[in-house]
Write a protein that binds this ligand. Structure first.
Ligand code: NDP
Length: 368
């Protein structure tokens, strides 16, 4: 019964008569195709009765990983996969990382997630977390330090030094914020320099002057959000055209608290105990100027959080994992969401690609 509950889609929702029929059909199939159920490490598994297959399974039942699937990452990709797997009877373990909910937890407003005209990233992620938990997902609030291949699956070493083993893994670690790389950036991080307007913006109320760097949707969203608190907001972009969606640009240009600084980059971040000003270089005439600011928000894109599996899977030149419909070059290791090469960096895409990952993982577990 455990086998059916864990692996046969929808079995749990069948009535008693249908369950008996399913078991009968399964016994007939087992007779025809030479397999039977057997107990291994407190689980019920399929065993094929061909001699060579029994030998390949061997006596090593103790090497069977303790988990069916471990999901690394708790953004929309990780949690969607957990929701789908949990509903199909697999018990997913999600490694939540440092910030449960991923990048979206820090996003002020999302206006393009279907079903929500407007929702805060935090609300959306809290809903996903409670849905996954309700369905039986196990959460572990730790980061993964290393992943390696072992017999029958993978071994994960956590920050605490604890280890987990799993037959399959989903890498849904997303991407982390890109740095400018100029002098002063590290010195004034959390001392006026931030990558999260939602977290730090409300501290800059009144006549404060803030600057945002970037030209994409994140930078524009951050600038609009900051304009609710600060007296003046500068948006600094290295080109003369924004990458952000037109609807976002329209809102930006209609906001009289926000001023654009085009064709410019931040070359130095200055201050003493805390940030005081930034040095700007204009590309059109190579001129430099110092702009006094109380806060600097950097929103220039992301880098993939793929280092834990860099030795196991193929990646593109920027370190994003190459995956065809969530299948990576490493058998049993799946990837979805922002960490995947060429993915549309949108919550809905992360969620959608991860629903597919859940299907692929289910098939993978079924075939083992
Ligand atoms: P993007 O990659 O879209 O934009 C990054 C911006 O930073 C670009 O304008 C880029 O300039 C600039 N940039 C990159 N590197 C540097 C650098 N070293 N110095 C100065 N500027 C630099 O990243 P986002 O984080 O904005 O967005 C990521 C994805 O998430 C996108 O697909 C976006 O649409 C989506 N998103 C959607 C939201 C929503 O719909 N509500 C909200 C936030 C993000 P250049 O243009 O010259 O390359």
């Amino acid at each position: 019964m455990d086998f059916y509950c864990r692996y046969v889609l929808g079995f749990r929702t069948l009535d008693e008569e249908s369950k008996k029929n399913s078991i009968r059909k399964f016994q007939i199939l087992g007779f025809r195709f030479n397999f039977q159920l057997f107990q291994a490490s407190a689980r019920i598994r399929l065993r094929f009765l061909f001699a060579d297959l029994i030998m390949s399974i061997g006596p090593g039942e103790s090497s069977i990983p303790e988990n069916d699937v471990v999901i690394v990452g708790s953004g929309p990709a990780g949690l969607t996969c957990a929701i789908y797997l949990a509903r199909s009877g697999v018990v997913p373990v999600v490694l939540m990382g440092d910030v449960p909910g991923g990048q979206l937890i820090k996003t002020d407003v999302i206006e393009n997630y279907p079903g929500f005209q407007e929702v805060s990233g935090c609300d959306l992620m809290m809903k996903m977390m409670s849905q996954a938990e309700f369905l039986g997902t196990k959460f572990i609030y730790e980061q993964v330090n290393a992943v390696s291949k072992i017999d029958g699956g993978f071994r994960l070493v956590l920050n605490s030094g604890e280890t987990l083993s799993s037959m399959a893994i989903l890498i849904a670690t997303g991407a982390t914020h890109k740095k400018i790389g100029c002098p002063g950036e590290d010195d004034f991080t959390n001392k006026g320099v931030s990558w999260c307007a939602t977290c730090d913006g409300p501290l800059l109320k009144g006549n404060k002057v803030v600057a945002v760097v970037g030209g994409g949707n994140t930078a524009v969203t951050e600038a609009l959000f900051l304009s609710k608190f600060a007296g003046r907001v500068f948006l600094i972009h290295r080109r003369s055209g924004l990458r952000a969606d037109k609807i976002m640009q329209d809102k930006l240009f209609a906001n009289d608290k926000i001023e654009m600084i085009w064709n410019s980059e931040v070359t130095e971040i200055l201050g003493d105990q805390a940030l005081k000003s930034i040095r700007l270089k204009n590309f059109t005439d190579n001129s430099e100027k110092i702009l006094e600011v109380d806060g600097l928000f950097i929103a220039i894109g992301t880098v993939p959080a793929s280092s834990i599996v860099r030795d196991l899977v193929d990646t593109d030149d920027n370190g994003y994992i190459k995956a065809a419909n969530t299948l990576t070059s490493c058998d049993g290791l799946f990837a979805a969401g922002d960490v995947v090469s060429g993915s549309l960096k949108q919550a809905i895409f992360a969620a959608g690609s991860s629903a597919l990952a859940a299907k692929r993982i289910e098939e993978y577990l079924w075939m083992r």
